[in-house]
Ligand binder design. Sequence first.
Ligand code: SAH
Ligand code: SF4
Ligand code: F3S
Length: 442
Amino acid sequence: MKRVYIETFGCQMNVSDSERIATSLSKNGYQMTSDEADADVVILNTCSVRERAEHKLYTRVGEIRHSGRKKPVVGITGCVAQLDGETLFDKIAGVDFVMGTRATGRVVNIVDAAFTQRKRLVDLNEREDEYDWTVADTHRHSPYVAFVPIIEGCNKFCTYCIVPFSRGREKSLPATEIVAQVEKLKSSGVKEVHLIGQNVNSYRPTSNEGLDGFEGKSAFTRLLRAVAATGMDRIKFTTSFPRDFRDEIVDAIEENENLCNWVHLPVQSGSDRILERMKRGHTISRYKEKIDRIKKSHRNIALTTDIIIGFPGETEQDFEDTVSLFEYCEYDSAYIFKYSPRPGTPAYEMEDDVTPADKTLRFLKLQETQKKIEQRIHQRYLKQVLNVLVEGRSVRTENGYTGHSTCHKVVNFVSDEASLGEVRNVRITEIKSNSLFGEVAR
Ligand code: SAH
Ligand code: SF4
Ligand code: F3S
């Protein structure tokens, strides 16, 4: 049996695509391996969102080709594959096939062909009806947690972002299929689903089927209620687009215990001037109104964000506005990125005028601000009881286990083998270097 090694970069959508690729290959005569040196097929699922992510690909192909005893078939998929297509054959030596982001449903054909035809193969065809949405039933990142794509692609065209080019236009999966998948996952023992998409709250299926009878002005809110009605233990969703984030989403969370108390709402900048240049479609005052509604909730909703520092034209004042916004929002965590110009995007044409030294200074300062906020927030969790899904062993302590709370915090605690895959109430007893430690509450 031929062995396949898959390496995944980028976001949850890529993780989810890799899971589907692994599942369909393993159902069709291939075997997955975690040992790259022993692989007959190597598939790299790539990310293009920042330059550094893209560069990783170039170094990895070289390393992998020279690491093994065999000379594997090498395939590139994901966002770099979609954007660069067959030019990758010239850019990287040893690539055998290039498979676009919406061609992954045909992975078995292309890998089979790579062995029989021994020529360079490309499949970038966006035959949308053939995009594979099925949630992997094997080869998931966790047996207890499943990523369920509900919308794929992006229509927003924020000026810095490559995703609308690599992922194509938004396409939503019918609600009936989403609900059926969640029900199937539930009966197979999955305890937590993440409804995923570049912008989940832009969910807009072509038909209302499956949403009828569920309250909400937007299809996404109705979908949340429909998925909650399946009785799945825990439901998380990411990423939410701030402009389209409606208060009714918080209403739905308040009304359904299984809709988890965590919202990821990437603000990107604390300055209206920069948001305008980014074409994000929201202002800071509108964003704060949404934050106020989230913070007011009795569900104690955790809030996370993404930020780009050093966007073209960002002044010290703009940056200070971002720092102030962080103090206002008190995010539970924040992904902070230095702006990286992406060829083909509108921002690429703007002058990248914040010096690398200033980008680094601002990055470090914001990181420091966030660290202090997190320490403050973590103190509030002390003595609280969090509902934790036991996902795996924690290597650091004897009988140590680890999992995520409903508010998506990593919690470490002492437990036993039988608790794996179960939900436990854990009382937080200690905060160590920004991690939560606790004990199972009796
Ligand atoms: N759809 C999501 C984000 C998807 S990309 C949203 O709109 O919020 C994930 C994150 O990468 C973004 O939130 C942004 O912070 C970051 N990012 C995207 N393009 C970038 C670029 N050119 N340079 C630096 N960071 C970028
Ligand atoms: Fe990129 Fe904006 Fe789309 Fe998010 S919403 S994926 S940042 S273009
Ligand atoms: Fe990267 Fe593509 Fe996701 S560019 S962040 S893998 S959509």
